[in-house]
Design a protein around this ligand. Structure first.
Ligand SMILES: Nc1nc2c(ncn2[C@@H]2O[C@H](COP(=O)(O)O[C@H]3[C@@H](O)[C@H](n4cnc5c(=O)[nH]c(N)nc54)O[C@@H]3COP(=O)(O)O)[C@@H](O)[C@H]2O)c(=O)[nH]1
Length: 717
């Protein structure tokens, strides 16, 4: 902290001794005694009653007179007025000491030695001596010296502080993560460049200071920077310049933005130009990444649904302006993707999708848009001259997808189904065009997949209804719209109910009860059979575990469920969770399970049978090679299809088929169940043929509850 300094200006009054003056009539002997008794008394003033100064008696001169031969005899009785100095040195009390002493020392130093009278408004104030003057001057000098010393100390401290401030400021400027460049306004030479500026411009401050843009950059760039400086100098406030790309010291392209501010002197004259250079590269990269994420699918790098929608709108607007040509929308759906994903895991699924994206890109021309709409759904926007162009692209895509995909841990085969709609012929707006391409896609899928198809007007309501059905089916589990009905199976030997078949029912909020014959195929095609089948198995086992009798429960398993690796695990966990004994569970499969992927599916069947679960072949006799399947797997039961039972007992053909089946089953030791038994006559015929079990409306219709059987004592046969 800096001290405040003040030097008091001494006046004559400050050193005056206000000793009382003596009257002019005082005798010299009295004055002598006064001097004798007061050794410090050097000077005495002689004044009248009014304080008017009459003279001065100086000790030394007076004593000399008195000490001279006969001095005392001569002067002792004389009035002092006779001996005094009648013209003493007189000085006003307010006179600055320095003025007085300066003048006296210069002109009359000897008078100062005699002492002097101090007056105030011409009246006696006190006496002064040269000794008092000397003392005062010496004290003043000492004070001045002390102040000077303090000032020197303070100056040194201030200098150190200023240096510290300067250093700190410099450190801040050097470490600002933006370029700081200062030029002189006068000649635009550089006076300051911080570290960030050095690395951004690829120069050192040392080599830059004192130079202008023309010394540092190529003529074109230097001219540009000059123009920026001019712009700043002509402006009242800071100037924010356009972003620009530069190559930094490490040869990397950076995006920077410059802000120039002119620093002005108090009189308004430009002193220097401060340039702040913000490096926006990382920010721009992050923005670009965000934009990419918002518009591109991160997995395949293809356009996502958002970008696709924007591009589609643009393509449709262009198509509307064009006289010729159309826009084709291809909606693509991979076949068997879900099964591959479930069997080989998500990583394999991702790998597959990436490769599909690559192949799609190779099939299209520049300008066509390929998008991943989500999951295994893709879309292509193609601007075409004629429908044949779209047909050509679709054929190329189907062909490209037929080549097996080699993934890290597997080689897989998929197919692709493509629905195509054209604008403006089929629809002029995006929503309708999409739904028409979807309809065409649906047609392809329902006709066996792995193909393409154009939308056509006669794609009827049935297709739309089917699409709606699939849409509703997706929400059915969440909305709890499924229920199980149970149909009893009768042991023909004992006349007792031995098991129940679980049959799925869908209580649709608008359509009422929908038959499984209508929705199971849709569930199979859409892959929804996975979660639906799981729900059926869990619900059936849970219900059966709560029954009062150890009846078996038969559950239908779709061939599609075998594509999921987890079927065996699902059965295992379901049994564990429900507490149902494995022998009480019977899975009904159709021959398609053996027909498709024989080895794979038979190994699953063996694993499930290994748990103790029974396996039954459903709808036996409807296929071409039913008998051969019995050799392929040791079924616990076969269920003769109701089409053979319907014509019993009169139709000879039906009778001999059923007999052949029951004879063969006897030989193989397999249980036989007859389905669709509606009459007593059918039942008796089956008894006569040694059939083991019967199921049909005669015994009981499928019903939501089986309470009626809990207390039944009646034998059914
Ligand atoms: N994958 C799954 N498939 C299932 C499931 N639930 C049923 N289904 C299959 O749907 C098909 C139609 O089933 P549904 O309409 O339930 O018809 C069954 C019976 O109601 C009917 N039945 C029974 N007795 C008679 C009769 O005396 N006369 C007559 N006309 N019909 C009768 O037969 C169907 C039973 O068939 P099956 O399964 O072959 O024993 C059908 O193929 C079901 O399998 C399911 O949960 N999952």
């Amino acid at each position: 902290m800096v001290r405040s300094y003040s030097m008091q200006t001494l006046q004559i009054s400050d050193i005056a001794d206000p000793i009382a003056p003596i009257p002019p009539g005082m005798t010299a002997s009295c004055v002598y005694e006064l001097f004798r008794d007061t050794p410090d008394l050097m000077v005495l003033a002689v004044a009248d009653d009014m304080g008017q100064v009459l003279g001065l008696v100086e000790r030394h001169t007076f004593n000399l007179k008195m000490a001279a031969e006969f001095g005392r005899a001569l002067y002792a009785r004389k009035a002092i007025s006779a001996l005094m100095d009648r013209e003493p040195l007189m000085v006003e009390a307010e006179t600055p000491l320095h003025d007085f002493t300066g003048a006296m020392l210069q002109d009359r130093p000897s008078e100062l030695m005699r002492g002097f009278i101090v007056t105030n408004n011409n009246r006696y104030y006190g006496v002064g001596t040269s000794l008092a003057v000397l003392k005062a001057i010496s004290a003043d000098l000492q004070r001045a010296f002390h102040i000077q010393q303090e000032m020197t100390e303070d100056l040194i401290a201030l200098g150190a502080e200023a240096q510290r401030h300067q250093g700190f400021l410099n450190m801040v400027i050097q470490n600002i993560p933006a370029m700081v460049l200062v030029k002189q306004a006068r000649d635009q030479s550089v006076v300051l460049l911080n570290h960030a500026g050095e690395s951004l411009l690829g120069v050192t401050a040392q080599n830059t200071i004192g130079k202008t843009s023309h010394d540092l950059f190529a003529p074109e760039r230097a001219a540009l920077y000059d123009s920026y400086d001019r712009q700043a100098l002509q402006s009242d406030g800071p100037v924010l310049l356009e972003e620009e790309r530069i190559v930094d010291g490490r040869g990397q392209e950076r995006i920077i933005q410059l802000k120039k501010t002119v620093l002005r002197k108090p009189n308004g004259e430009a002193d220097s130009i401060l340039t702040l250079g913000m490096d926006l590269t990382e920010q721009k990269q992050a923005e670009a990444q965000i934009a990419r994420l918002a518009h591109y699918d991160p997995l395949t790098g293809l356009a996502n649904r958002t970008l696709f929608t924007q591009d589609m709108e643009k393509a449709l607007a262009r198509a509307a302006r064009r006289r010729h040509g159309q826009t084709a929308l291809h909606c693509l759906d991979l076949d068997r993707f879900k099964a591959i994903n479930d069997s080989y895991g998500h990583l394999a699924g991702d790998e597959l999708l990436i490769e599909v994206g690559r192949r799609l890109r190779k099939c299209v021309r520049r300008g066509d848009v390929v998008a991943r709409m989500g999951g295994d759904e893709f879309a292509i926007i193609q601007e075409i001259e004629r429908a044949g162009d779209a047909q050509g692209l679709a054929s190329r895509v189907v062909e490209a997808m037929q080549v097996p995909f080699t993934l890290t841990n597997a080689q897989v085969e998929v197919g692709v189904s493509i629905g195509i709609a054209l604008s403006p012929d089929d629809a002029q707006d995006m929503h309708n065009l999409m739904s028409r391409a979807d309809m065409a896609l649906y047609r392809v899928k329902s006709e066996g997949r792995n193909n393409w198809c154009f939308y056509s007007a006669e794609m009827d309501e049935k297709l739309l209804l089917r699409m709606e059905l699939e849409h509703d089916l997706k929400q059915a589990i969440e909305r709890d719209e499924f229920e199980l009905h149970f149909q009893p199976l009768l042991n023909l030997k004992t006349g007792e109910i031995v098991s129940f078949e679980a049959l799925l029912r869908w209580r649709h909020p608008k359509r009422g009860l929908v038959s499984p014959a209508d929705f199971i195929p849709v569930a199979e095609e859409s892959g929804l059979i996975g979660p639906i089948g799981e729900w059926v198995l869990r619900t059936a086992c849970r219900s059966a575990a709560a029954w009062p009798q150890p009846w078996r429960i038969a559950v239908n398993i779709s061939p599609v469920q075998f594509r999921y690796k987890s079927l065996t695990q699902l059965v295992k966990t379901t049994l564990k969770e429900s507490g149902l004994a494995p022998r009480r569970l019977e899975l009904e499969i159709t021959e398609t399970v053996i027909l498709n992927h024989e080895t794979h599916n038979i190994s699953i069947l063996n694993a499930i049978r290994g748990l103790g679960v029974r396996i039954a072949m459903d709808d036996f006799g409807t296929g071409y090679s039913s008998l051969s399947y019995l050799r392929a797997f040791p079924f616990d039961k076969i269920k003769i299809d109701q089409s053979f039972i319907r014509d019993l007992p009169h139709d000879r053909n039906a009778l001999s088929i059923v007999r052949a089946i029951t004879d063969m089953a006897q030989t193989l030791g397999v249980h036989i169940t007859a389905e669709g038994v509606e009459t007593e006559a059918q039942l008796h015929a089956l008894e006569a043929l040694n059939c083991h079990e019967a199921q049909g409306y005669l015994i009981g219709r499928p019903a939501p509850g089986i309470e009626a059987y809990f207390t039944a004592v009646k034998r059914y046969v």
